[in-house]
Design a protein around this ligand. Structure first.
Ligand SMILES: Cc1ncc(COP(=O)(O)O)c(C=O)c1O
Ligand SMILES: N[C@@H](CCOP(=O)(O)O)C(=O)O
Length: 458
């Protein structure tokens, strides 16, 4: 399997090089040259496989330059760190299915991909005898999951940018209480979009990228998306009936839902992907009206989705525009100068054939946490609540709606307390963080400052 860029200006590379490249060197995002097709018979034979076996079957279709035994070992090591035997169990509550993606070390869905990516980096750096400086942006969850994924690994420094005071307090603690010498947290006086912009700017500085061997942990890295494809197949296989399904996905950077789109393109029977957003609803407007115009990031009770410029939309647009890299390049140039991308009616119809969308504001999010808890005894985190509310509003009574539960409620104690009148109990891993010493650099949203910091610490 070879990989290309959405902007069309890199020579095809293998999986290992794609992982190391992160952002493509032409500024685009990496995609496989062709999407493998899974026939109905194979799907059926995969439907009851344990998570790790399924992960191997799927990932090996894409990671064709890693020997099977090595890939198996990497997958086993990655999911051995999950506290639930099933890795991502599916439970049924109040007529919807909840796919629990928060049983990894940092209690968010990011662990599913970042445990694997951390191990992949370690494996590839050892093979190449190289070192790496990871540079990542987070609105709260990627950062701690990435740090947990590479902690204690040789030859890796990690620099994580988060928006100052805009994550939940526990999310900030999960990152800044890690005092290992190779872990560097930077609190940026700005939004997640500022953080992501700095990271992309520095990745596009090819000399700096090469000299400092920058590695990407955000979903700009192809391996992130790939690892997330697995749980869509897993959830489908765990349903009582293997028929068409709707996935409801709380969405910010469009990485998770893009993994669902890929699963659908591979042959998984997905009726629709339900894109649920908070008040930062640029993607919902895109799906509903073809209105993709940037607004200002607003702070919400689901802070990890406080994003306007969703980086993975570029991957989807590449397919929407019939794999035309020139069109992608010109649209993103247009976006930079005008703040919007314009779609035709025909393109909008194609978008709506695959996606539906829903905006869930703060009041509805808190009300959903409260009512779901009252009716089922199950506690949703605010991001998951956005997806569940979307499912209840957009697909009422549908027999197979799977809502992705992207984080543990205890990570967002304030919001949960506002919803149900009491904070959720802290699991031991989070309780242990309270009162711990922290380390973090406060910085203006200036890529030159971040660059200087990386140079000084690398
Ligand atoms: C808890 C949680 N839910 C949902 C999302 C949105 O996922 P994505 O950015 O892949 O759209 C995020 C951030 O990525 C998150 O941390
Ligand atoms: N919500 C994310 C934002 C970064 O998204 P990514 O999937 O591109 O890493 C977070 O929690 O950091």
């Amino acid at each position: 399997m070879k990989y290309i860029s959405t902007r069309g200006k890199i020579a095809p590379v293998g999986f290992k090089d794609a992982v190391m490249m992160g952002l493509a060197t032409d500024g685009g995002l990496i995609l496989p040259e062709a999407i493998p097709q899974i026939d109905r018979g194979t799907l059926a034979s995969w439907s009851k496989l344990p998570y790790r076996e399924l992960a191997f079957n799927i990932i090996s279709l894409f990671a064709t330059d890693i020997p099977a035994a090595d890939l198996k070992a990497l997958i086993d090591r990655s999911y051995g760190n999950f506290e639930h035997q099933e890795t991502t169990p599916l439970v049924k509550k109040d007529g919807v299915y909840i796919l629990e993606l928060f049983h990894g070390p940092t209690l968010a869905f990011k662990d599913v991909a970042l445990q694997l990516l951390g191990n992949l980096f370690e494996y590839l750096l050892k093979e190449r005898g190289e070192k790496m400086n990871i540079l990542g942006a987070t609105s709260g969850d990627t950062g701690s999951a990435a740090i947990a994924g590479v902690r204690g690994k040789e030859n890796i420094n990690i620099f994580i940018l988060h928006p100052h005071l805009k994550t939940s307090p526990i999310q900030a603690l999960q990152m800044t209480s890690v005092l290992d010498e190779n872990v560097h947290n930077i609190a940026v006086e700005g939004t997640f979009d500022d953080c992501q912009n700095i990271v992309k700017t520095l990745f596009n500085d090819l000399q700096f990228k090469k000299e400092y061997a920058l590695g990407a942990v955000n979903s700009i890295n192809w391996a992130r998306v790939l690892a997330q494809v697995v749980y869509y197949f897993y959830a489908w296989g765990r349903l009582p009936e293997q028929k068409e399904v709707i996935f409801s996905v709380p969405t910010g950077n469009f990485g998770d839902i893009f993994a669902g789109y890929l699963a659908k393109r591979m042959g998984l029977p997905v009726e629709k992907l339900l894109l649920a957003t908070n008040e930062n609803n640029i993607l919902a407007r895109f799906v509903q009206k073809g209105d993709y115009s940037l607004g200002k990031v607003v702070q919400t009770v689901s802070p990890s989705m406080d994003i306007q410029l969703a980086s993975n939309l570029e991957r989807y647009l590449y397919y929407l525009w019939d794999e035309n890299p020139e069109k992608v390049s010109s649209a993103f140039t247009e976006l930079q100068s005008t703040g919007r991308i314009v779609f035709t009616q025909e393109q909008l119809q194609r978008v709506q054939a695959e996606f539906m969308s829903c905006t869930v504001d703060e009041a509805k999010t808190l009300q959903t946490i409260a009512s779901f808890n009252r009716e089922t005894g199950y506690l949703l985190d605010p991001h998951t609540a956005v997806g569940v509310r979307g499912a209840l509003e957009c697909a009422p009574g549908h027999p197979r709606v799977v809502c992705l539960a992207t984080a543990h409620p205890a990570k967002f104690g304030d919001a949960v307390e506002r919803a149900i009148g009491a904070p959720p109990p802290l699991p031991p891993a989070l309780a242990a963080l309270v009162g711990k010493e922290t380390r973090c650099e406060l910085m203006a949203p200036d890529h030159e400052k971040v660059k200087a910091f990386v140079k000084a610490k690398a």
